[in-house]
Write a protein that binds this ligand. Structure first.
Ligand SMILES: C[S@@+](CC[C@H](N)C(=O)[O-])C[C@H]1O[C@@H](n2cnc3c(N)ncnc32)[C@H](O)[C@@H]1O
Length: 426
């Protein structure tokens, strides 16, 4: 089916730009709207590779031709895959949690006149048969690794519940695992990944269009745990698609889960030999060949050790550690300041010590001089005392001598005043 644009080129561009102005521009899904008008650009942007990959996988292995398929596209974003299958005649329901990419998807489907493609705003975690009906094919692309641990299993169960044929799970998986998760009594391994900061409110989370809807963490399962989860949800086989190939991230694959009937083994009708055919939930734990149908004792040398704490605890601890680290830096800065002050004080003390050392001989000389001066001053004092005593005695003698002389003068004057005093003539 070739695109049937119901609008002129100018009108397409005007309406595309109006949608982009109101809901944001297309970021990942490049769609040809007709008349050479694209949602992003007339070149390959990225998701086109996945669209071709999905088309080839579903087109070659689905049990019905494309134009007779009913397809569910979970977490459909801007709707490229849904529209692609719609253009091949399939009836498609795209479910997307965010309003903005959904508006862009709806516009593109409408512009292409795809009446059998509809887009619903909804939470993929709640998608059930009761809401959307049954499907031949369910696409779960770029979504599983945005879901939290418990939700991954429930979504797989819901998918199995409404799927008649294929579930295509295109997803990242954990290559190293740190956490063990139990669901319905079975163990799964994986690692928690941060989706949103704790403080980010729903408005902020809504704007991060390629992240989880609201959960702050997602849980990436190891590849074997992911396969086991799909198998235990009710899919009969799970295969990994090697060709048609997809752009490789190294830790991302397309898993094809297929519904099917369990048939009894007739050639070797021994009961119970394949009771449990699930994979060891972590790749490194047990080689499958030595494990199927046997009791297996874990080899402690090859069994990885899992942290008691989850990655989330580690994440929280990392944030706390960062805070402590910052405080440590501040304390260290202050300590450096104090150490600088101490060094300055120490160098001043050393300078004073040096000056003191230099002053010691001078002090000795001065003290000897002082002693000498003190002795000299003492001897001076003694001589002065003796001298003063002499003066004093002389003064006393002179004073009493003067007194006597004065008395003699007075006596002579009194004699001279007598009339009988005979003046001796010369
Ligand atoms: C990484 S994008 C993948 C989009 C598209 N399926 C693809 O492969 O190109 C994830 C999309 O899933 C949507 N999403 C995430 N969690 C969801 C949820 N719980 N329910 C519905 N949509 C969800 C996001 O809004 C986003 O559009």
């Amino acid at each position: 089916m070739t695109p049937q644009p119901s609008l002129s080129r100018d009108e397409l561009i005007r309406r595309r730009d109006a949608v982009a102005a109101e809901h944001g521009a297309w970021v990942g899904h490049n769609i040809h709207l007709g008349h050479g008008v694209y949602t992003i650009d007339a070149r390959v942007v990225g998701a086109e590779n996945t669209a071709k990959h999905l088309l080839d996988v579903v087109g070659s292995i689905a049990r019905k031709p494309l134009d007779r398929l009913r397809i569910l596209d979970l977490g459909c974003s801007e709707g490229l895959y849904a529209i692609e299958f719609g253009l091949h005649g399939a009836e498609v329901v795209g479910v997307e949690g965010r309003a903005a990419p959904l508006a862009r998807a709806r516009f593109a489907a409408e512009a292409l006149g795809l009446s059998r493609v509809r887009f619903e705003q909804g939470d993929a975690r709640e998608a059930t048969e009761a809401l959307y009906g049954r499907f031949d094919v369910i696409l779960n692309c770029g979504l599983v690794y945005h879901l939290d641990a418990g939700d991954v299993f429930r979504v797989f169960e819901n998918m199995a519940g409404m799927c008649d044929d294929l579930a295509i799970v295109e997803t990242h998986y954990a290559q190293t695992v740190t956490e063990r998760f139990e669901y319905r009594g079975q163990e799964y391994f994986g690692v928690s990944r941060r989706e949103h900061e704790d403080g980010a409110d729903l408005t902020v989370r809504e704007k991060r269009e390629w992240a989880s809807l609201d959960n702050a963490y997602s849980f990436w399962l190891s590849k074997p745990s992911l396969v086991n989860a799909l198998a235990r949800s009710g899919f009969a086989t799970v295969t990994e698609c090697l060709y048609p190939a997809i752009l490789s991230y190294g830790d991302r694959e397309t898993f094809i889960a297929r519904k099917g009937e369990a048939r009894p083994l007739r050639a070797v009708p021994l009961p119970g030999i394949f009771e449990d055919r699930f994979l060891p939930p972590v790749e490194t734990r047990r080689p499958l060949a030595s494990w199927v149908g046997q009791d297996h004792v874990d080899n402690p040398a090859t069994t990885p050790k899992y942290f008691d704490t989850t990655s989330r605890d580690l994440d929280t601890m990392r944030i706390r550690l960062d805070a402590v680290d910052q405080r440590f830096d501040t304390v260290e800065e202050r300590l450096n300041g104090v150490a600088g002050g101490l060094a300055a004080v120490e160098s001043r003390m050393q300078a004073l010590e040096r000056r003191l050392d230099e002053s010691v001989p001078e002090l000795g000389r001065l003290s000897r001089e002082t002693e000498r001066l003190a002795a000299y001053s003492e001897s001076l004092q003694e001589s002065m005392n003796a001298w003063l005593k002499g003066i004093w005695t002389a003064l006393n003698t002179t004073t009493s001598e003067m007194g006597r002389t004065r008395e003699e003068i007075e006596r002579v004057r009194a004699l001279q005043r007598r009339p009988w005093f005979m003046r001796r003539s010369g």
